[in-house]
Design a protein around this ligand. Structure first.
Ligand code: 2AM
Length: 503
């Protein structure tokens, strides 16, 4: 087959695909684009010609042979089609047009097991496959996403120059995201928010955990907002001011920043603030659920992450909750007089809970690398989340620092920086959770994060009783504290200890 002039190709011209294509073109790379429905390609090319400084580097194609012929070999072809069967269908129609050595890059939100399967299938046929997490939504895709590629090192070496160019950038010294890119004027300099994550599905797994962390980060912020609203009775804009203040300190992050904006937004179609009119039912697309399912399957205690998913599920039961609100009664709300003290306590509760939530996310990745045979670099993962993506935050630099201090760190909470933060914040954290419980205000994420902290630091837990129960009804055996690990015993309960047997 002929070799074309495009440096890379892209299939799937929905919003993410269009933005990523423009980002690639803005960085001086020629890109061929294709979409199943050709009208979309024509519309995109027409828009480009009208509005985009880099239009000359975007080649619209209307058939797969034309598309493939336009790309230099070995071809790099990015798929940004709907995750799931659409990806498999697209790959199936594309493969007959490719040559050995060509590289297919899936930039969708694929399930990592699908990515592992696809990588195996394509490799067996002489192609390469990279599953790359792309985080940052439309704006990220356009001006710098966080990119989490998984696949063979050889395939990554081919893709790396373009991926480094288009990724978000952070300041080399401070790790702060660089901003100010415009159409046709990409950023120059800075450290790119991309790195080879690992083999096959590693990139999509890490992207999924990013989303799971995003769920819990958002839920924690919502609980902080709810406590201030109900315990102090403040209007949304005043609470927005609290978040704006928090955004100047340790909590500084994209999600805190947008929360301050959202809370201060007036209703464009009526009185008051828009947030008070937004229906309290949260949607979800599934990556939070995948994260929690993966934690359950691997036995990783990521309880706060799961609570964030369950909280959305509970929120969706709006009609039931409205009925239950009449039927089931809680305590009266207390009057809190010392607003500054309460706000400072909630801030500490939020920060401590956030540390636990991230600790859970990193524990999950640590287990997954054993399960799937990856070697993940946690400091680098935190680093590439510093720019472009939804959970970008100063905090992530602290995580990178922690893994630089100790690459074998067992749990983030054990790092001196995070340990000190937990020690100094925990009194407030406990007060806030206790006050919420007494007031009947739900704080599932604050509470489960605290339970994780207390459980993790307990050298003994009541699982002694639990294991005895298991032995009682199911002869599941137990180990003894006064015998070496690995020796198992069974008792014919209820009975005399003398009939205990080693099994
Ligand atoms: P379309 O414009 O032809 O619908 C997001 O839905 C993107 O995925 C769109 O570009 C869409 O193409 C593409 N897509 C969805 N299902 C597809 C399929 N089965 N085959 C190819 N592309 C698909």
């Amino acid at each position: 087959m002929t070799s074309g002039i495009a440096d890379i190709g892209l299939i799937g011209l929905a919003v993410m695909g269009q933005n990523l294509a423009l980002n690639i073109a803005d960085h001086g790379h020629t890109i061929a684009v294709y979409n199943r429905t050709a009208e979309k390609t024509r519309g995109f090319i027409a828009d480009c010609e009208k509005n985009e400084p880099s239009a000359a580097r975007v080649i619209g194609t209307e058939s797969l042979p034309e598309f493939v012929a336009a790309i230099k070999r070995p071809r790099k072809i990015v798929l940004l089609v709907k995750a799931g069967t659409a990806t498999d269908q697209t790959i199936a129609t594309l493969l007959p047009h490719l040559d050995p050595g060509d590289i297919v890059i899936d930039g969708g939100n694929a399930h990592w097991l699908d990515t592992i399967r696809r990588e195996q299938e394509l490799t067996a046929q002489g192609f390469s496959f990279i599953g790359s997490g792309v985080s940052g939504g439309e704006t990220g895709a356009r001006f710098g996403p966080s990119l989490m590629p998984g696949g063979s090192p050889e395939a990554w070496a081919e893709l790396e120059p373009i991926w480094r160019d288009i990724a978000a950038k952070v300041d080399e010294q401070t790790g702060a995201p660089l901003e100010g890119a415009e159409p046709g004027k990409p950023l120059s300099g800075g450290v790119s928010c991309t790195a080879h994550i690992g083999a096959n599905g590693a990139g999509h797994y890490v992207k999924m955990v990013h989303n799971g962390i995003e769920y819990i980060d958002m839920q924690l912020i919502c609980e902080a907002y709810w406590l201030i609203k109900h315990l102090l009775g403040w209007e949304a804009d005043a609470i927005g001011q609290v978040f704006a203040d928090w955004n100047r300190g340790e909590l500084s992050s994209y999600l805190i920043e947008i929360t301050a904006d959202i809370l201060q937004q007036r209703d464009p179609s009526g009185d008051g603030f828009l947030v008070d009119k937004v229906l309290d039912t949260a949607g979800q697309k599934g990556t939070g659920q995948w994260t929690s399912t993966s934690a359950l399957e691997q036995g990783v205690p990521a309880n706060a992450m799961a609570e964030a998913v369950f909280s959305r599920a509970l929120s969706a039961l709006k009609d039931e909750r409205v009925q239950a609100g009449d039927a089931l009664h809680g305590p009266k709300l207390p009057i809190v007089n010392d607003a500054p003290a309460l706000i400072a306590s909630i801030r500490n509760a939020l920060y401590c809970s956030k540390i636990c939530a991230y600790a859970q996310g990193f524990q999950l990745m640590a287990e997954a690398q054993k399960t799937y045979g990856w070697r993940l670099d946690f400091g680098t993962i935190a680093q590439i989340w510093r720019g472009g993506c939804i959970i970008r935050a100063n905090f992530l630099q602290k995580i990178t620092d922690a893994y630089i201090r100790d690459p074998g760190l067992k749990n983030l909470m054990l790092d001196p920086y995070f340990r000190d933060a937990l020690h100094s914040g925990q009194e407030n954290w406990r007060e806030v959770v206790a006050l919420a419980v007494k007031s009947g205000l739900p704080v599932p994420a604050f509470g489960s994060a605290l339970a994780y902290f207390d459980g993790y630091r307990s050298s003994r837990l009541p699982a002694n009783l639990l294991q005895a129960q298991r032995d009682y009804f199911g002869a599941h055996t137990y180990e003894r504290t006064d015998q070496p690990r690995g020796k198992f015993f069974h008792l014919d309960w209820p009975g005399d200890p003398r009939v205990q047997v080693e099994v």
